[in-house]
Design a protein around this ligand. Sequence first.
Ligand SMILES: *Cc1c(COP(=O)(O)O)cnc(C)c1O
Length: 473
Amino acid sequence: MKLVSTRDIEKKGSSYTDVLLAGLAPDGGLYVPSEYPQFSVEELKSLQDAPYIQVALATKHKLIGEAIPKTDLEGLIAAAYKKGSDGFDVEGDQITPLRPMREGLYLENLSLGPTAAFKDMALQQLAEEMEYELNRRDTTLRILGATSGDTGSAAEAGIKGLSRLTLFMLSPETGMSDFQKAQMGSLSGDNIFNISVRGRFDDCQDMVKEVKGEPEFSDLGAVNSINWGRISSQVPYYVSGYLQAAKNIGDPVDFVVPSGNFGNVLSGYVARKMGVPIRKLIIATNENNVLHKLFTTGVYELTPATVTSSPSMDISKASNYERLVFSLLGNDGEKTAAYMQEFATSGSVDLKEYGLGADVFAKNDFFSGESSHAKRLQAIKETYDEAGTVIDPHTSDGVAVAKEYFDPSEKVPMICLETALPVKFESTIKEALGFVPDRPTRFEGLEASIPDDAFTVIDPDVESLKEFIRANS
Ligand SMILES: *Cc1c(COP(=O)(O)O)cnc(C)c1O
């Protein structure tokens, strides 16, 4: 099973484990599978009542073949999705349990992991796989990343204590919620370095890009969602959600996905390509509606992000969309490279000029909708009133859009992905409901317990960053 770059014209192909440690392809493209292994209806039926770990094993094994032998892979998956105080806060065998909002409309909870956001689903597994592969190669890896919130703590929780990985995580000094800052701060130490940049998230990202561009640091690994290891580790929860919602295996199910960088929903697309009977994939954006505009007009336009009350979806562009456009353009690396080049230089690109209309999305069963602060508050309130459950502001963007599309007379179940727990965004919940959500015991007193030196503060200056990495390598 080979992976090819979305901009690779020769389609040379790389192995899964090389891609895992590398991140971006050398030509600037993103890795995608050269073919999609298939689930048969019989296979799906055999997994219907299986524990999550077995669903994940079957899915991931199909996707990566023998790159990691199946027995080893099983051990990595069991470690990534372990239950308990530093793992997943679940009771039964389902790591991503479904609960109903109304007849036929469900929430799938992806945020019961150690840092209470769906990023744990990918990063717990990614860290285990990286450590495994580094062991096999008897080497180590430094990782440099930037976060505006949930990726940082999830990557740190996955990598903390592993012996072959060192993580340098940049975050903006202001902008994250107190809870998010405290989560990261509580994970500082050992092989985890938190670097707070006097600047914005964009400054952090620019610094990462610049440092990695230099020969001395070109071997640094990546944990953002451009890493195929992350995308492939998210496919199993689409399979699991499907198996939990479908009355008869083979019947269709729709998914609604609160989206930013397009990483989450891309995994749903992969699941569908693998033969899971997913009908619609519906993307929900917040006020930063780059994706909604793209899906309705065919024009992909870089738009400065504004700060909203669903901050993990505040994006100016959606990196993983490149993987979809490659597929829509018939796996044509040359066309994809030209399309992305036009976007990079002019900040805007129209699918029309590449032989496709805006209707290409609907034809491929992709739909979208846009939420807002008012809609978020309303969806939080309605969900609480109707189902007695408190949802976070990102999930709420999804629920708001789901209600535009959900038609009970079609009898097709619809699953809204729950991407964070409300405890991470207390002030918005208070605004919507008049009270703060219950805090899971493991997060009690979190903000009070952070040491003063948990973050090293630097200016948005590449030289200081390079010095820090050298000194701590
Ligand atoms: C990262 C994140 C998203 C957006 O996911 P993408 O994969 O970037 O589309 C949505 N909700 C929450 C809570 C997140 O942390």
